[in-house]
Write a protein that binds this ligand. Structure first.
Ligand code: PHE
Length: 338
């Protein structure tokens, strides 16, 4: 048996030595160490070796296996090295590398992050809600009666089921109040949907960020201070901000907020950026009957709410003239934000 092992080892090492590529090396490995390989088969003979010789034969077998494995590994490395060297031949390593293309955040993402960062610093927490809403959360709870124009089929996307695509993220405010007693201080960024004709300033899907603050003694002064601070942080401390009386069904009094846009070479102009107001007691009453508790008793709590279009905020910050640029994914446009 010893002779046999030695013969197999010699034959194996010779075969490995002559293998010229990975394929024939693998064939050699299988022929030697595989299930029916020469060394495997001779190992089976250990059974019949007399007891006193077992140790010596076993040692010989192990030594053969080690020598063969080492030789296989060495040969594999040599074949790999040769292949690497060949692959490098003819490559000019002095050529300058190709530029790396790295992506960048979309302008809407940048403005959303900025807005969220500012408001979170003031203690607003993020809230979420479904984009497919029911009429209660989008309209009824927000004091928007059935004959209000916003509820018209011409303005809102309805499903056959009676559900709809939310026209604003104010529905998240309703859901938050249903689930949580005051104090509430939340912001809800998200998509909103309206059946608008698409043009340079309108899309049928846009991005909103709405906020709500409810507690005892929340005042109009809090609303004004919060939003002025917000726009100064977003657009710079010198930005002029004004509040214009307006109407929303869910707030009273209500305002629209304008910021003064100063572009070099153009006359300064006021641009509307947000709607806001003190939460209408009728909203608190709707919440109270939905919750069936007095947590939102309009005699005890007050609050303010605001909502803005992130698309609009981005257009103002970067002087983007057509809102459609924000959804066309034209790399020539987006590259400018890298
Ligand atoms: N929901 C209003 C809109 O979509 C914005 C708004 C929110 C106004 C909260 C007042 C208070 O236009």
């Amino acid at each position: 048996m010893k002779d046999q092992i030695e013969a197999i080892q010699a034959e194996a090492l010779a075969r490995i030595e002559t293998a010229g590529d990975a394929r024939s090396l693998e064939d050699a490995r299988v022929a030697i160490l595989g299930k029916k390989g020469t060394l495997t088969e001779v190992s089976a003979g250990m059974r019949d070796v007399p007891k006193e010789e077992k140790a010596a034969v076993g040692q010989l077998l192990n030594a053969a296996r080690q020598a063969i494995t080492a030789s296989l590994e060495g040969k594999q490395q040599a074949i790999q090295d040769a292949a690497d060297r060949q692959a490098l031949e003819g490559i000019d390593v002095t050529l300058p590398a190709r530029a790396l293309h790295h992506g960048s955040l979309h302008p809407l993402t940048i403005i959303r992050h900025d807005a969220i960062r500012i408001l979170r610093r003031m203690g607003f927490a993020l809230a979420e809600g479904p984009e497919i809403e029911d009429e209660f959360h989008c309209f009824d709870a927000l004091n928007t009666p059935a004959d209000h124009p916003a509820r018209n089929e011409k303005d809102t996307f309805y499903f056959d089921s009676g559900k709809l695509l939310r026209t604003h993220t104010s529905s998240v405010q309703v859901r938050t109040m249903e689930g949580q007693a005051p104090p509430v201080r939340i912001i809800a960024p998200g998509s909103a949907y309206r059946r608008d004709e698409i043009d340079a300033t309108h899309l049928s899907v846009f991005n909103q960020l709405e906020g709500l603050y409810v507690d005892t003694d929340v005042s109009l002064g809090d609303l004004k201070g919060t939003l002025e601070y917000f726009f100064h942080e977003l657009y710079g401390p010198k930005t002029e901000v004004r509040f214009r009386p307006h109407f929303f069904p869910f707030t009273e009094p209500s305002f629209e907020i304008d910021v003064k846009l100063e572009v070099k070479g153009q006359a300064p102009r006021w641009i509307e950026v947000a709607g806001c107001g003190m939460v209408d007691p009728a909203v608190f009453e709707a919440i109270s009957s939905s919750r069936k508790d007095p947590a939102y008793d309009p005699e005890k709590v007050t609050g303010f709410a605001f909502g803005m279009g992130l698309d609009r905020l981005a257009m103002i910050r970067w002087g983007i003239k057509d809102i459609r640029l924000l959804i066309e994914n034209d790399a020539r446009f987006l590259k400018q934000f890298a």
